[in-house]
Design a protein around this ligand. Structure first.
Ligand code: NAP
Length: 298
């Protein structure tokens, strides 16, 4: 793997070697502003709330001095940082025949795993869970010391965003995770599906007044639980909503040196923004023709 940007003395030498997970983790560290103060939480747990906003009275994402993406609910400053990790073909496909694996590579999977290892929570759309057969996140020995020093448990929690709760709750994702899986849904979720999720061991969090989840509210509800280093793995329909809501702080986009043609989704879908949002290149790594980009919202 080579670092192409920012340019360093190593760039000039063209040094191409396998990076350790620790080196990668250093390169992708969350900003210091993504910090955990007191966890605890003001978000609602399904069945106990009356449909009000999680963190009601709190400052909206992006309002806080010191950086966009900072969430400061009433009663304490807990700053969240939402990064996305996605892979796309050269012609913009976010999957091939319903899976992202054909676009990926060994280096991409290492970065994928390392980014998981840095996160407090992984936020993912239900369709990606269904299509990609999501399993619980594992604890990685190589990142254990780093997680401990950051006050994190051994593995990130997976938070599935769903309106239907049409998920197979007998899967290990729900029955055997290291940390109970979170289901983020709206207040109109079917009570029997909520009960099925809870029976399987999941924590159901309401983050929307109707059937759906409001993206900013979901971020706040997680931040309220001390889950501030957030990673979304899409899919495109979910990512499009985070983009539209203005709560995405960073995009780690792998450019896969493949062409697929066809009609696969792009990495973010849904209604277009009125004005394209500008991101700045923060880092660029390369291996085997794959470009590992890291963009931050300007
Ligand atoms: N290239 C990449 O890096 C990458 C990454 C991830 C996924 N993918 C690919 O993308 C495809 C799936 O992506 P997708 O865009 O179709 O689906 P998705 O975003 O993963 O999931 C969509 C589903 O998430 C739930 N959802 C989304 N927004 C919601 C909201 N605001 N409130 C409540 N629920 C919400 C709904 O679930 P319910 O239907 O349960 O209500 C919805 O049907 C797969 O083929 C996967 O391989 C590619």
């Amino acid at each position: 793997m080579r670092r192409l940007f920012p340019v360093t003395d190593q760039t000039a030498s063209g040094a191409d070697r396998e990076w350790t997970l620790d080196e990668l983790a250093e390169a992708y560290a969350y900003p210091a502003s993504a910090r955990r103060d007191d966890a605890g939480g003001t978000g609602e747990v399904a069945g106990t709330g009356a449909g009000g906003a999680a963190g009601t009275g709190g400052t909206e994402i992006g309002d806080v001095a010191g950086g966009r993406g900072a969430a400061a609910p009433a009663g304490g400053c807990r700053a969240a940082w939402l990064r996305a990790n996605m892979v796309a073909s050269l012609d913009g496909a976010a999957h091939h025949e319903g899976r992202s694996e054909p676009l990926s590579s060994a280096a991409d999977m290492r970065i994928f795993g390392m980014l998981r290892g840095l996160a407090d929570a992984i936020v993912v759309g239900a369709e990606t869970v269904r299509r990609e057969g999501y399993r619980p996140a594992r604890a990685r020995e190589a990142l254990a010391a780093r997680r401990k020093a950051a006050g994190q448990g051994p593995a990130p929690v997976i938070a599935v965003v769903t309106a239907s709760l049409d998920l197979d709750f007998s899967l290990p994702l729900f029955t055997a995770p290291l940390v109970p899986t979170i289901v983020l849904t709206g207040a109109a979720a079917l009570p029997e599906r909520v009960r099925a999720a809870e029976k399987a061991g999941a924590e159901v969090i309401v983050a929307g007044d109707g059937p759906g989840v409001e993206p900013g509210r979901a971020v706040r509800a997680l931040a309220d639980r001390g889950l501030v280093r957030l990673l979304t793995e899409g899919g495109p329909r979910l990512l499009g909503q985070f983009v539209a809501a203005g709560v995405l702080d960073e995009l780690c986009l792998t450019m896969s040196p493949t062409l697929t043609s066809g009609y696969a989704q792009r990495i973010a879908g849904g209604p277009a923004l009125a004005v394209p949002e500008r991101f700045a290149l923060a880092a660029l790594l390369e291996e085997d023709g794959f470009l590992f980009t890291r963009y931050r919202r300007v």
